[in-house]
Design a protein around this ligand. Structure first.
Ligand code: PEP
Ligand code: MG
Length: 578
């Protein structure tokens, strides 16, 4: 009975729960034809499931903030539109009314029929819409199935669920995490996918690449997800359970030990102080950042204010959000990033440059802000006003060349004069920094340093642009790798240039919060890390075990690596004190 399925660890931890398979193509639906007198209630069921699916999408949209919202809202909007598509709905009604299909069977029929139509299209974009269509219909089918088996739901809710899926969309994970999801086993997927990043920040254990998961696990099987060893144990034995209890005890002790680090300074073994800042967007993030002893906020992504609604946020609304953040940090410095809207993500606010073929290489970040000076000035005024309540630094995203920083400074100067005329007494100077996430900015960083008071390296985007590999594309995990030598050399170049110019350099991409890369970043000379507050204690703990002087001496050796595999081997060898 017991079976062990190996997988790759995408987020550490362990969980015991019942399997919930998301295997939409294999949903079993009742194919018996409806009797005449069942048609009305079947239609009622169908529409109730459609309404529930719509409502869930709306609720999900309302719950997401920050970077997560940015990633996920696009999918949610596409799916909501499909759910209201008159042709789709008419087809479903006809299948039930005229064809006597039951709701599940009608949805399945419609899904397969329309998928075939999309599949046959020449246009690759339209062909790719097939996936959206399938996901949205599967969502409705799963709502229907939920409605038909309340007993099962009760059972699963009591024990908690471990999701077994081919791959899981970030939207789905965000929603399930709020409903008692304990962990995820993916039969495919990558450790760099957004879902994996999300699982780590939600503290959900996750395996990817567990090849046989969908064929060897069944709904309601008891699963021990061991994302410490990298395996999913189906029907665990008493011995497995005792191993799990031991892990739980150790995790609790470790949790208490780490909690004690909340008020400890962040120092390497040889006494070098390192700054730990938080990437924070919500009130909860700010509270956690303070509770864990962050030295400030290193990245506050303002996009969520712009993506939440269809209208642009007013100066007052922005001011309140920024002021609350500044006050929440109680005098510690707060880095507010000006809006990083991409052309494809700005539709809600009506700022998009339409029809861009490559939005990631298009009018996004500061490029977009500078094309909308009045919208940008509203944000700048709100930031300046919030700066009356505590120390604020301003961070500019997607900078490529100095003239962009010069233009931003000018707008700040003008807004400051305006506010002064209005009788608002502002602090003298706000430090202005550039995000380093475009390769040109990294290579030519000295030019940007002339116009910046500090730098923040955004490795999430820098890696994707250096490697020409979409950060969200799971198929490129062997290329989109944090230890790619080209990326390491650029990081080293930027950090050294900052040090020579005596300007602070922080790093706020995902790797800053991953304790596996702490030694690497210290080796490259980084002394300010910004991460999601959940990661602060682990990184502080790791730093305390490392010898800074030793690591710094190893940097040149590491930078000789030709491949990311070599860099990884070298890192393991060099991060141990001699
Ligand atoms: C980055 O690109 O590394 C970054 C921190 O910004 P974002 O993830 O918001 O693009
Ligand atoms: Mg970025």
């Amino acid at each position: 009975m017991r079976e062990v399925l190996p997988g790759t660890i995408a987020a550490h931890g362990m969980a015991l729960g019942r399997a919930r398979l998301v295997q939409p193509s294999r949903y079993v639906v009742d194919t018996r034809p409806l009797a005449e007198d069942e048609i009305d209630s079947a239609l009622h069921h169908l529409h109730h499931a459609l309404d529930t699916a719509r409502l869930e999408l709306r609720e999900l949209r309302g719950k997401l903030h920050g970077a997560l919202a940015r990633e996920v809202n696009e999918f949610i909007d596409a799916h909501s539109l499909l759910l209201d598509d008159p042709e789709l709905l008419r087809g479903l009604d006809d299948l039930v009314r005229i064809g006597h299909y039951r709701p599940g069977a009608a949805l399945k029929k419609q899904r397969d029929r329309l998928s075939a139509v999309f599949e046959a299209m020449d246009d690759p974009y339209l062909r790719s819409r097939k996936e959206d269509l399938e996901q949205v219909i599967n969502r409705v089918i799963s709502v229907l199935q939920r409605q038909t088996s309340p007993e099962e739901r009760k059972l699963a809710a009591r024990v908690g669920e471990i999701l077994i899926a081919d791959s899981i969309a970030p939207a789905e994970m965000a929603q399930l995490a709020g409903n008692g999801l304990l962990g995820v086993v993916g039969s495919s997927g990558s450790v760099y996918s957004h879902s994996a990043i999300l699982a780590r920040s939600l503290g959900l254990p996750m395996l990817v690449g567990t090849r046989d998961a969908l064929s060897n696990i069944h709904d309601d099987d008891l699963i021990l997800l061991d994302a410490e060893r990298g395996e999913a144990v189906v029907h665990p034995t008493a011995q497995d359970l005792s191993h799990y209890r031991a892990w739980q005890r150790e995790a609790a002790i470790e949790g208490r030990r780490l909690a004690k680090l909340a008020n400890a300074p962040t120092r390497t073994r040889d006494g070098i102080e390192i700054g730990l800042l938080a990437n924070a967007e919500t009130g909860a993030d700010v509270a956690m950042a303070r509770a864990r002893g962050a030295d400030g906020v290193g990245l506050y992504r303002t996009e969520f204010l712009f993506l939440r609604k269809k209208v642009l946020p007013s100066e007052e609304e922005q001011f309140i959000a920024y002021r609350d953040l500044v006050m929440g940090m109680g005098g510690l410095p707060v880095t507010i990033r000006t809006m990083d809207l991409g052309a494809d993500k700005a539709d809600a606010a009506g700022l998009a440059t339409r029809g861009e073929e490559n939005p990631a290489l298009g009018v996004r970040g500061v490029r977009l802000s500078l094309r909308h000076p009045s919208v940008f000035t509203t944000q700048i005024r709100a930031i300046l006003r919030a700066a009356c309540y505590g120390p604020v630094r301003v961070l500019v995203p997607m900078v490529t060349q100095p003239d962009e920083l010069i233009a931003v400074r000018t707008l700040f100067k003008l807004a400051r004069q305006e506010l002064k005329h209005e009788g608002i007494d502002l602090p003298e100077k706000l430090p202005l920094g550039a995000m380093i996430e475009v390769p040109a900015a990294a290579i030519n960083v000295r030019a940007l340093l002339e116009h910046s008071d500090f730098l923040a390296i955004g490795t999430n985007d820098l890696a994707q642009y250096v490697l020409a590999a979409d950060r969200g594309n799971d198929a490129l995990e062997n290329i989109y790798h944090p230890l790619q030598p080209a990326l390491l050399r650029l990081l080293s170049h930027v950090i050294s240039a900052g040090r020579r110019a005596r300007k602070p350099v922080s790093l706020c991409g995902e790797i800053a919060g991953d304790a596996n890369f702490t030694a690497l970043l210290l080796m490259l000379g980084l002394n300010e890390f910004s991460m999601h507050p959940t990661q602060i204690l682990q990184v502080r703990d790791r730093i305390a075990t490392l010898n800074h002087a030793h690591l710094r001496r190893q940097a040149t050796k590491l930078l000789r690596a030709y491949t990311h595999e070599q860099a990884e081997a070298l890192l393991n060898e060099l991060s141990e004190p001699a």
